[in-house]
Design a protein around this ligand. Structure first.
Ligand code: NIG
Ligand code: FE
Length: 396
């Protein structure tokens, strides 16, 4: 990856429309849209945003060419530490076979057999792919190791690439513990947690029939919290269940998937501090019903959009693709979807410094080859991200 650092202050000028995600700016909507805008960067921070005509003098200037600028995407949910792929499984699904979490075992076997270098190269490859599509913050998880050594290795490798690292030893009960799930939960909350906690910020559990039930999930998340890992939950993906309400009760940063929600689940998300993270790549790739973003938004829940990038249920690293799906099929407006893919992701990671372009925020920006952020949904499948800055450095 080539990066370009510029000394002194730099103004990005001639921006046709700028998404700030600060409702006190511009059009006063949640995305705080400013027309004919400029952004001034100093070091790794944004120091000024506003109308071009009012921009302060700077040491350097970059002409945005009358195009749109948005905050870099915050992809708060992915599974990038894996080896192999599941092309055959995808092919079978597209011929009518249903998705099952059992496919995770295929990737566990491939991941255990891979070298550190292979896993690290894979993570780097998908991070670079995501960056080219505007992602400047990427959360990623373990969950395809499922032994003490393989989970700790996955997290150590993930941590070489990103600070937003999640321990998902509780992805499924691996075949070697199929006869004794309780022993596996004891491992996940004991020796495996001790080995993994130093590398992770978060703990996650797949709370689902065929994975971990509500009681197991509670035990796992509580044990993680006692070691300083904050909870997030794979909740209500394949069926109704206790995941969402457990997430809210434990003050998880995010309940992810939220595909099958009762009114009580929606109510809990609307009144709690837990973000509802929707992962439309998973419904796309498993031919499942879409999560109802409109219902969550209308109830007052905070919604994030993420890729869930993994070789089984959602093999996309593209936040623009997720935005297009959310607008077309989940009842979101383009403004809402772009907010959810930036500020929403930041909220799901409990981060104040990213997901918005206001003075003091980290200078993470994506320049679109389009006059407006709306084109991300209006022109699906078109690679509109033409330049990316992360922490003030041009990285694409
Ligand atoms: O988020 N739901 C559980 N885990 C992943 C799928 C993993 C896989 O199929 O390999 C998900 O969709
Ligand atoms: Fe996931």
């Amino acid at each position: 990856m080539t990066t370009t650092t510029t000394a002194g202050t730099t103004a990005l000028t001639n921006i046709a429309s700028l998404v700030t995600n600060d409702p006190s700016l511009g059009d006063g909507t949640p995305i705080g849209l400013i027309q004919d805008a400029a952004v001034v960067i100093d070091g790794d921070r944004v120091v000024w945003v506003g109308e071009s005509s009012k921009a302060p003098a700077t040491d350097n200037a970059v002409d945005a060419g009358g195009r749109a600028v948005i905050p870099g995407f915050v992809d708060s949910h992915s599974h990038l530490v894996f080896a192999g792929d599941r092309t055959q499984e995808f092919n079978a699904r597209m011929s009518g076979r249903a998705y099952s979490a059992g496919g995770i075992r295929t990737t566990v076997a491939a991941t255990r057999a891979a070298t550190d270098a292979e896993l690290s190269a894979n993570v780097a490859r998908y991070l670079a792919e995501a960056l080219r599509q505007g992602t400047t913050t990427q959360e990623t998880k373990s969950g395809y190791g499922l032994t003490v050594e393989d989970e700790a290795r996955a997290l150590r490798i993930a941590r070489e690439h990103t600070d937003e690292v999640t321990y998902l030893g509780a992805h499924i009960v691996p075949p070697d513990h199929a006869d004794d799930p309780a022993a596996y939960v004891a491992l996940v909350t004991g020796e495996m947690l001790d080995a993994c906690a130093p590398y992770a910020r978060w703990i996650d559990v797949f709370c689902e029939k065929g994975a971990f039930d509500g009681d197991q999930a509670r035990a796992i998340l509580t044990a993680g919290a006692a070691k300083g890992l904050h909870p997030r939950v794979h909740a209500n993906q394949l069926s109704y269940g206790p995941g969402v309400q457990l997430a809210v009760e434990l003050d998880a940063a995010s309940a992810d998937h939220c595909t099958h929600l009762t009114d009580a689940d929606v109510d809990a998300l609307a009144h709690g501090a837990t973000v509802a993270t929707l992962l439309p790549g998973a419904e796309f790739s498993t031919r499942a019903a879409w999560p109802d973003a409109r219902r969550l938004l209308d109830a007052g829940a905070t919604v994030a959009l993420s890729t869930d990038c993994n070789p089984g249920s959602s093999f996309t690293s593209s936040m623009p693709f997720c935005i297009a799906l959310a607008v077309r099929d989940m009842g979101m407006t383009p403004d809402e979807a772009v907010w959810s893919a930036t500020a929403g992701g930041a909220a799901a990671l409990r981060r104040q410094d990213i997901g918005r372009l206001t003075p003091g925020a980290r200078a993470d920006l994506a320049l679109l080859d389009a006059p407006s952020h709306v084109h991300l949904a209006y022109r699906p499948g078109v690679p509109l991200v033409t330049a990316v800055w992360r922490a003030g450095e041009r990285v694409h």
